[in-house]
Design a protein around this ligand. Structure first.
Ligand code: NZQ
Ligand code: ZN
Length: 385
């Protein structure tokens, strides 16, 4: 196991009817800004619950945060915060609203020239406003980490940042609020969480048993409960297991002391930025290609993954076990109704060229060994045409 230090300061409040407890989490006298997306919270009753819980607070709201949130939108919220002297933000939504809020609270306190530097130059975040979250979709893990991904619409750049200053103070996870999700978003959430675990688990062995066993537990939970959620949408236990699994997939714990990959995400973000695919759709396309092209480097962990998560062992050569495992991943994504090829989304060679050129321009070397160059990306995506 590699050396590590670990802290996760986010208070989790989990379960039915927990939204009302947010009034105890926000310091009395705070001037609150509620941030949210396109309006799903108004249709499913979450907005009403939040407003009721904020009865004793002075509050304003900022809506219209889009999926794959835009820098330009976030900066409008920053302006509102300054105008209204807001000192606490409450994000009500999914990864997009929470990520946007992380950027907003950091940009509101940024003392440099241009807040976009937080993303493009990884400028240090010295301070940020405090914020809490009410999670409405289980997927990204943003509710329990300090990272965020923001897109500059003007240039189609989708970039990430992370800071110890942008962890939520608390996150409220009520699985019942996810009943109103369209099935496509349930599928996306399961695939995203699955790939988060794979990015931290399918690299090379460092004998980190606790991290590996946790990773396997999360993956088994996702492949068991994910398809059930599609069949039986309003089942509390299924939604609760999925919600908690997604949070644990990216709260830092399974990444302690192990190598991490993140190439699938790096490549996937370019596909979203250029062609508007959902985040999880890009991951379902890219991951099988990464595992195939990197199969020698990742051989030991792919075999472990196949055995511990999909039950693939016995009577097969190592090569067969690796191929079977990659097939099992593709089949799982398809079972979750997320398509796995560029052509499924109307994309072809032009996308392969555009994404690999972008990786070249950025000078990125991705993956746990930093050996995935623009040429490797071309190979990976060519396999996914
Ligand atoms: O905008 P509204 O109307 O609220 O609708 C949303 C949105 O259209 C809808 N939705 C959310 N909760 C709902 C609901 N509809 C009905 N009922 C509910 N309870 O779902 C749609 C998708 O929401 P979004 O927040 O975009 O989904 P998700 O949580 O998957 O977030 C995706 C974003 O997170 C980033 C992605 O890149 C993408 O921008 N990620 C953030 C990470 C992090 N901070 O750690 C890691 C991830 O790898 C990921 O990159
Ligand atoms: Zn993701």
């Amino acid at each position: 196991m590699e050396n590590f230090s670990f802290v996760n300061p986010v208070k989790i409040i989990f379960g039915k009817d927990t939204i009302q407890s947010l009034s105890k989490e926000i310091p009395a006298g705070s001037k609150v800004l509620i941030t949210y997306g396109g309006g799903s919270i108004k249709r499913n009753g979450v907005y009403d619950q939040v407003v009721k819980a904020l009865a004793d607070f002075e509050w304003n709201e900022f809506s219209g945060i889009e999926a794959n949130p835009h820098y330009e939108t976030c900066m409008k919220a920053v302006q509102l915060i300054k105008e209204k002297n807001i000192n606490y933000v409450l994000a009500v939504g999914g990864g997009s609203v929470i990520d946007a809020t992380k950027f907003i609270v950091a940009a509101a306190c940024f003392d440099g020239d241009d807040p976009w530097d937080i993303l493009s130059k990884q400028a240090t975040i010295k301070d940020a406003l405090p914020f809490g979250t009410v999670l409405t979709i289980s997927a990204t893990g943003s509710e329990m980490n300090g990272g965020a991904v923001i897109t500059k619409a003007e240039t189609h750049d989708k970039l990430s940042f992370g800071s110890s200053k942008t962890y939520p103070k608390f996150s409220i996870l009520d699985p019942e609020v996810t009943y109103s999700l369209p099935m496509k978003q349930v599928s996306n959430g399961v695939v995203d969480a699955f790939v988060h675990v794979v990015e931290q688990y399918v690299t090379y062995p460092v004998n980190a048993m606790i991290q590996d066993k946790f990773a396997e537990a999360i993956l088994v939970t996702l492949i068991t409960e994910g398809p059930k959620a599609l069949e039986t949408p309003e089942n509390y236990d299924i939604r609760a297991n999925l919600m908690w699994a997604s949070t644990w997939a990216l709260n830092g714990w399974i990444g302690c002391g192990v190598p991490e990959d993140w190439a699938t995400h790096g490549i996937g973000h370019e596909l979203t930025a250029l062609y508007g695919l959902d985040h999880a759709q890009t991951l379902a396309i890219v991951l099988p290609g990464v595992l195939t092209v990197l199969k020698e480097q990742k051989a030991e962990k792919i075999i472990q993954f196949g055995e511990m998560v999909f039950g693939i062992y016995n009577n097969m050569s190592k090569e067969e076990r690796i191929n079977e495992t990659i097939n099992a991943v593709v089949n799982f994504f398809e079972e979750m109704q997320v398509k796995t090829r560029l052509s499924d989304y109307g994309l072809g060679q032009e996308a392969v060229n555009a994404v690999s050129n972008r990786i070249k321009e950025r000078g990125w070397k991705l993956g746990e060994k930093e050996n995935i160059t623009a040429d490797t990306v071309r190979q990976i995506l060519t396999l996914r045409l």
